[in-house]
Design a binder for this molecule. Structure first.
Ligand code: AVJ
Length: 320
């Protein structure tokens, strides 16, 4: 596939919009360039970052139940994955489906071209018989374009707590895109990080080794590299917060001093007051009742909530 880098125009434009807002903000989807993808892979291996291991456990122990319905129907289907990433967890499902000799096409969608290329390469080696059609796109745009819509039933995977990266209204909007983008009988499997001890959550975004700090900082590095800017990364502090009421874990970069940052590609200088922040990411934690409410908004029926042994994470199966 042709994995080109993020369209320069939209990155520059989003940075311009975000840094001209009050309070300042930058979209978290730009974390994921080649360097950001590597850092996120390091995050997934951190002792504090329980999310990946918990979802892995769910898929490993319960993949047969999760896939029971698509297999029982015994007809070719499309497996669409929004935010496929490195496919480490999805491969559990892909291997099992391949063993069952069921006919399906895998459509991994990701915003990062570099991660898709790697995924395609590793699948060609590990599961050479698999039909893979990668798409470099955002969740919303891919759901609008529906390139996989050929009349076959769809199982749409939206795992990894990726929906958590949206605020409440945006998440509802994505669910509405899922509603429009699915037909009767289609299945959706969504991964949600659940509300739990606030300290456990906060630690997952404030690891001791400082990998998450680097991940957050990569946004500034990326603006420096790609948009000819002069952010002094050492004068920003990585600051995650967690609000147990809303379930919102938010990450900020806080400027430790009054400073000017010039972004050459935008021809603009941005002023930071001392301790002014840039909001960079939301990772919302859900309760099961909030999740069921989202299902009803999308016109989906909750088939089953699959959870890990500690109740940290849920992969929920919905049917249209
Ligand atoms: C990829 C969205 C699931 O929100 O937990 C990890 C990204 N950010 N550490 C998350 C992330 C900081 C991650 N998701």
């Amino acid at each position: 596939m042709n994995a080109k880098n993020t369209d320069f125009g939209s990155f520059a434009q989003d940075v311009m919009l975000g840094l001209n807002s009050t309070p300042k903000t930058l979209p978290s989807k730009y974390f994921y360039d080649a360097k950001g993808d590597k850092l996120f892979q390091q995050i997934m291996a951190l002792p504090e970052y329980y999310l990946t291991r918990k979802e892995y456990e769910i898929l490993e122990l319960q993949h047969e139940q999760i896939l029971e319905q698509v297999l029982a129907s015994n007809q070719p289907f499309n497996l669409v994955e929004l935010g496929a990433g490195d496919g480490m967890k999805t491969k559990i499902l892909l291997r099992y489906l391949t063993e069952q000799k069921v006919e399906f096409t895998y459509y991994p969608v990701d915003f990062s071209g570099s991660v898709l290329e790697e995924l395609e390469g590793s699948l060609a080696k590990e599961l050479p018989q698999l039909v893979v059609k990668p798409l470099q796109d955002t969740y919303r745009d891919s759901l609008k374009k529906q390139v996989w819509e050929d009349g076959r039933p769809n199982l749409i995977l939206f795992m990894g707590a990726n929906l958590g990266n949206f605020g409440v209204d945006e998440a509802k909007n994505i669910i509405d895109h899922l509603r429009v983008g699915t037909k009767r009988g289609d299945l959706v499997l969504l991964g949600f990080d659940l509300k739990k001890n606030p300290q456990t959550i906060l630690n997952a975004y404030h690891d001791e080794q400082g990998v998450t700090r680097e991940f957050n900082m990569n946004l500034l590095d990326r603006i420096n590299r790609e948009l000819d800017a002069d952010f002094d990364r050492d004068s920003f502090v990585h600051w995650p917060t967690y609000d147990p009421v809303s379930g919102e874990c938010r990450s900020y970069l806080v400027s430790e001093k009054t400073q000017d940052v010039t972004i050459g590609a935008l021809n603009q200088t941005f002023k930071f007051e001392a301790f002014e922040s840039i909001f960079t990411e939301i990772s919302k934690k859900y309760s099961l009742s909030e999740i069921s409410y989202l299902a009803s908004l999308g016109g989906f029926e909750v088939k089953e909530n699959f959870m890990d042994s500690e109740g940290y994470f849920a992969d929920v199966l919905w049917e249209k």
